[in-house]
Design a protein around this ligand. Structure first.
Ligand SMILES: [Zn+2]
Length: 156
């Protein structure tokens, strides 16, 4: 299970508040077995660009959706690999909503049209931010036995 340190949460919190009223998003680089090695890496949310360019496919704006800039995701993966680390988690914010696992979150975390998750070992942090202030967070992780994402308590 993902173990975040106070400074990790500070980075995500600051990012969520800075991007409000848009959703923020990013990745968490680390080691699945050594929980002391975490690096939170904020990424650009390109949802508004996609929504403007392809409104039929990307119906949501960045107020209610996120899409991690693929170039930044790729860079994070390369940097992790160089340090023999992995992408151990993802995070995004819910502006003016609670930190629940939405149908959209579930869709984004799965291979399209399958019942399988893109990153079965990664944790997904959802941060709730109301009126520009972070109010809480939840962590969701794939449970292979139940074939769905389950909520876990997280030490912040
Ligand atoms: Zn969400």
């Amino acid at each position: 299970m993902l173990k975040l340190r106070a400074k990790d949460f500070d980075v995500m919190k600051e990012h969520a508040e800075r991007e409000f009223p848009h959703e923020c998003c990013g990745v968490i680089i680390g080691d699945f077995s050594d929980k002391t090695k975490t690096e939170v890496r904020p990424c650009a949310n390109i949802q508004n660009e996609l929504n403007e360019k392809y409104p039929d496919k990307y119906t949501r704006s960045a107020d209610t959706g996120y899409f991690i800039d693929p170039k930044e995701l790729h860079k994070a993966m390369m940097d992790a690999s160089k340090q023999k680390l992995d992408i151990i988690g993802f995070y995004h914010s819910h502006p003016n909503h609670d930190p629940y696992w939405s149908a959209e979150d579930n869709r984004a975390a799965m291979w399209e049209g399958t019942g399988e998750p893109l990153y079965p070992d990664a944790s997904h942090v959802v941060i709730s931010v109301y009126d520009g202030k972070v109010k809480g967070a939840s962590v969701f992780k794939w449970a292979e036995s139940e074939k769905k994402f389950l909520q876990h308590n997280v030490e912040l």
